[in-house]
Design a protein around this ligand. Structure first.
Ligand SMILES: [Zn+2]
Length: 309
């Protein structure tokens, strides 16, 4: 039975009819218009669900229901505790959707958890039982799937891989702590590391004003000293986090996605090398470390799996 997956973002709401093998059968998007408030956003999601069903020629009753990936912190009861891009605080969003979609299953979860679920079910980990997912971009999102389900833990907030401390008293992180992986290996940390090396006077083709993860990776690919040193620094610390995940969880798959992972093996190989160095003997070879496969489709595919049995 297909399900409807909704990827709620600050700008767009993407929706798709997803087959029970995790394929996109039909997709569409509408603008989020967060200024219309949570009620307005709920109405727009319901409208999108209706048009997806109509266009695909199914009734909502003949689907497994509607799953939603939310850019924020969620709770088991379906409350969105905080979603900065939507300016939401303690919004009982699942209930608001359930009131509008009476009789259908409605579930929601954090967007990184949902992407992890997608990769575990239909992406690089298809068929696996356990997977950890990291998405490398302006932040570092994370999600953990154990026994085919998102692991939420006692606080319901498990999987914050980006806030694993990898350098005690290291760079300041947006979460208020210091030395988190995100502060070192996401966009801002990557750029400040390259800036520091430029200030140190190393020879480079990179210019401070043009630094982006892509320009740094491109320079590294051409053998630029600062490009290579920055990629090594970023990848080494991701590898430490990956090693810790392997030591603690021993997942079948660790999937690496997000914009910075577009550099492919240039980033993945040193991550794996660092992870191997830092993993306990006899564990590393049981985990595949690979690039995520579903890209931007992971949001809607994973959301649909929230309501598939
Ligand atoms: Zn942090």
């Amino acid at each position: 039975m297909p399900a409807i997956g909704i990827d709620l973002g600050g700008t767009d709401i993407k929706g798709a009819v997803i087959s029970d093998e995790g394929r996109i059968l039909h997709q569409d998007l509408v603008s989020t218009q967060p200024e219309s408030g949570a009620d307005g956003v709920a109405d727009r999601i319901v409208g999108l669900v209706g048009s997806l069903c109509d266009t695909h020629g199914v009734t909502l009753d003949s689907t497994s229901g509607v799953g939603v990936g939310v850019p924020g912190v969620t709770r088991k009861d379906g409350t969105v505790v905080i979603a900065p891009n939507l300016d939401w605080h303690h919004v009982p969003f699942r209930q608001m959707l359930q009131d509008r979609l009476t009789g259908s299953a409605v579930e929601l979860d954090n967007d990184a958890n949902v992407a992890a679920l997608a990769e575990a079910k239909a992406g690089v980990g298809a068929g696996c039982d356990s997977l950890a997912f990291l998405t490398l971009g302006t932040g570092i999102g994370g999600g953990i799937v154990v026994d085919g389900r998102v692991h939420h833990g006692a606080s319901y907030s498990a999987g914050e891989i980006g806030h694993m401390v990898v350098i005690p008293d290291g760079p300041f992180c947006g979460c208020g702590k210091s030395g988190c992986l995100e502060a070192i290996s996401a966009t801002k940390g990557m750029i400040s590391h390259a800036e520091k090396l430029i200030d140190d006077g190393l020879v480079t083709s990179l210019k401070k004003e043009d630094l982006t993860p892509k320009s740094i990776c491109d320079a590294a690919a051409e053998g630029d000293e600062i490009g290579e040193a920055t990629v090594d620094h970023v990848a080494r610390h991701i590898g430490i986090a990956v090693a810790n995940l392997i030591n603690i969880l021993s997942p079948e798959v660790i999937a690496i996605g997000g914009g910075i992972s577009a550099a492919g093996s240039l980033m993945l190989d040193p991550i794996a090398a660092s992870a191997e160095t830092n993993t306990l003997e006899g564990m590393f070879e049981h985990t595949r470390i690979e690039l995520a496969r579903l890209g931007n489709d992971a949001g809607s595919i994973g959301a649909a799996y929230l309501v598939m049995s």
